[in-house]
Design a protein around this ligand. Structure first.
Ligand SMILES: [Zn+2]
Length: 147
């Protein structure tokens, strides 16, 4: 899971929005990125709840952190790669509901709306995501898109 330092990043990388460690976290919590989802992305800490994993995965889509998305995806449902659409800009996350997913659970769900613009057109993704623990760490299983 170590990130290679490369002089030739993947084509999508240069257009990923820059998020600074001391800047606002894309997940919407009132904390700086480095102290919020950034510490999960770097591997310095693991998300303790399904909701915080969900937020950190949303933030990983914002900063296009493919290794983080893959290592927080359940082995059974994990894709080989994550394709980031260069026209996609994630603009905000709202958590509506959670079930279980705390320190005391092994599964949980998070219902959320993720807003975006795609080629300048605003849109929103409504999803109820399922999470489980693998080797103690929360991972994303799958989700139902809701209207
Ligand atoms: Zn965050």
């Amino acid at each position: 899971m170590s990130r290679r330092t490369s002089r030739s990043p993947k084509p999508a990388a240069p257009s990923a929005p820059a998020v600074r460690p001391d800047g606002p976290c894309p997940c919407g919590l009132p904390a700086a990125y480095g102290a919020c989802c950034g510490r999960f992305h770097s591997g310095a800490a693991a998300a303790p709840t399904a909701e915080l994993l969900m937020r950190s995965r949303y933030a990983a889509f914002v900063v296009r952190d493919e290794p983080y998305l893959l290592r927080t995806w359940a082995a059974a449902t994990r894709p080989r790669t994550v394709d980031f659409d260069p026209a996609m800009r994630w603009t905000g996350l709202e958590i509506h509901d959670t079930t279980d997913g705390t320190l005391f659970h092994t599964t949980g769900t998070v219902t959320f709306t993720a807003r975006y613009t795609h080629g300048g057109e605003p849109g929103a993704l409504h999803e109820r995501s399922r999470f489980t623990r693998e080797d103690g760490a929360w991972v994303y299983v799958d989700g139902d898109i809701t209207d």
